[in-house]
Write a protein that binds this ligand. Structure first.
Ligand code: RBF
Ligand code: MG
Length: 521
């Protein structure tokens, strides 16, 4: 049974865990040329019986790893070396083992139903016949063990495999007629995003390879970038289970540097700060209890969830400054900007990226006429303007017509930028949409911004975020602790400019306070 977990379970605050687990130093061996013939011979040995059990199969795979380790195929690897060195070792090891992995022995009958379960996690029944056909990214596809089971669910599947081993990639392409690239998912996903092709996949699957990643954290981030922003699936699985991966790691931690995340909390740590939620975790221990016999099963299903509610809502107030004169002039996207220098260092800790929230421009229409606008906000440096990036981090709010529906509070057209320079803006950011990217061209940046606007408009009208439109900070200028009369600040400082305000409030607390506001006439 799949275990369903509540929304937001991945929002636990935790230290980033990149390299924390399994950051054991790699064994250093003199690099030797891969010895494919001997490794393949000892790994495969005599052809396996066609009905090899999963346990015998597991033993065989462990022996294969042991033999490759003993042959020192591929030089250094593991989490303690640079990613390029680790990847080179993965490539050499799996190049050497391709014959076995491309043989029928690599998928004994016992294992087939488990691969079927993993394919089902990636492709839900109702999506399998979708038009256009679902797009799946099979990371570390190897010789294509999962491919037939994905196609079983969606015959017209649009599949792309990635593998670090050129021979595995070639074997997968040849055996399954699949499109396969020899690439590291981390670099590949970054390049796709820069080319405006992020978010293209309905599912990204790590089958029997997640423990081999140099950095599970970077790999997961790459999967987020590749997965469809709303509802795209990320599957981390091993058909033989978590204990089996531990066993492989014990054989050669340079090739398998990481354990699989042991529980929901470990997955939450791994996904901290990423727009993902955990949907289901199947972690079945082997019946023998000893671990690694091959009858375990592991399948974590995560889902891209856009936007990611912020653990702490951000409240900002400051003077709208002139930007860099590019927004309207070059992109046709006017923004009201707050500058880092007006804050007391607080913006340094705000991750760059696109946020959704709500905004009020003070004064323009008089207090009674203040309009709460939906806002799509970029915090960052505009790296796409290479050579003319922002000198400092800025908060750029693109405002949409008023109210949750766009028709409330008078609605109307967007502000013209000229009308808000010098005014005070109050901004409440409640969700993270995506990281800031350096796009390859301005049309790609503009297309991404239009997508941001659509997505923010959609999610701000959902129950999770809509109540924030009535936050006392937006309606009355009251800070959450009630101690700061924000309006009073304006005239109080005859001695100098008013310092901008930055506060954060726990998401759930702020949401219930705002929801209460709603029921008050
Ligand atoms: N600039 C970038 O270089 N990369 C981005 O990913 C990016 N995302 C943005 C998203 C939104 C919703 C907005 C309003 C702006 C974004 N910008 C981004 C900033 C954009 O370059 C800037 O608004 C204009 O250049 C005007 O300064
Ligand atoms: Mg701007």
């Amino acid at each position: 049974m799949l275990r369903l977990l509540p929304r937001g379970v991945l929002c636990l605050a935790a230290l980033g865990c990149t390299g924390a687990r399994g950051a054991r130093l790699a064994r250093v061996r003199p690099p030797r040329a891969p010895c494919r013939a001997s490794a393949a011979a000892s790994a495969g040995g005599a052809p396996p019986p066609p009905d090899e059990t999963a346990a015998a199969h597991a033993d065989r795979v462990v022996r294969l790893h042991r033999d490759l380790a003993a042959a020192a195929v591929g030089g250094e690897g593991g989490a303690g070396v640079a990613r390029a060195a680790h990847n080179a070792r993965q490539a050499a090891v799996f190049d050497a083992a391709v014959d076995w992995f491309a043989s029928a022995a690599a998928t004994p009958p016992d294992v087939e139903p488990r691969l079927r379960r993993i394919a089902a996690a990636a492709l839900p029944a109702d999506g399998a016949r979708a038009a256009p056909p679902p797009r799946v990214l099979d990371v570390g596809c190897g010789a294509g063990a999962l491919v037939p089971f994905l196609r079983e669910r969606a015959p017209a599947l649009d599949l792309l495999g990635l593998d670090l081993s050129a021979k595995m990639a070639a074997a997968c392409a040849a055996r399954h007629g699949a499109r396969v690239l020899c690439a590291d998912v981390v670099d590949w996903a970054d390049a796709e995003a820069a080319a405006g092709r992020g978010g293209a996949f309905d599912a990204v699957v790590f089958n029997a390879c997640f423990g081999n990643m140099h950095s599970p954290r970077l790999a997961l981030r790459a999967a987020c970038t590749a997965a469809r922003p709303s509802g795209g699936r990320v599957v981390i699985a091993h058909p033989l289970g978590r204990a089996f991966v531990s066993r492989l790691r014990a054989e050669d931690a340079a090739v398998v540097p990481h354990e699989l995340p042991a529980d929901a909390r470990a997955l939450a740590e791994l996904a901290e700060g990423l727009p993902l939620r955990l949907v289901a975790l199947d972690d079945e221990a082997p019946a023998d209890g000893a671990g690694g016999g091959g009858d375990g099963f592991y399948c974590a299903l995560l889902e891209r969830w856009l936007p990611r509610p912020l653990p702490r809502v951000m409240l900002l107030r400051g003077e709208v400054s002139r930007g860099y004169g590019r927004g309207s002039a070059q992109l046709g996207v006017p923004t009201a900007n707050l500058r880092e220098q007006d804050f007391a260092g607080e913006l340094a800790h705000v991750p760059t990226g696109v946020y959704a929230g709500w905004a009020v421009i003070e004064g323009a229409a008089g207090r009674a006429g203040e309009v709460v606008h939906r806002a799509v906000v970029n915090v960052g440096y505009s790296p796409t303007f290479a050579g003319a990036e922002n000198a400092q981090k800025i908060v750029e709010a693109h405002l949409l017509p008023g109210g949750p529906s766009g028709r409330e509070n008078g609605g109307g057209a967007l502000f013209a930028p000229a009308s808000f320079y010098g005014a005070q803006m109050r901004l409440l950011l409640c969700a993270f949409v995506r990281p800031e990217h350096k796009f390859e061209s301005f049309p790609l940046l503009l297309a991404a911004i239009h997508k941001d606007v659509d997505e923010a408009a959609r999610v701000l009208s959902e129950d999770e975020l809509a109540p924030f439109a009535r936050d006392p900070f937006l309606l009355m200028g009251l800070a959450p602790d009630g101690t700061v009369g924000l309006r009073a600040g304006r005239g109080s400082g005859a001695s100098g400019p008013v310092r901008a305000l930055f506060k954060t409030v726990d998401f759930a607390l702020a949401r219930s306070a705002a929801a209460m506001q709603k029921s008050t006439p």
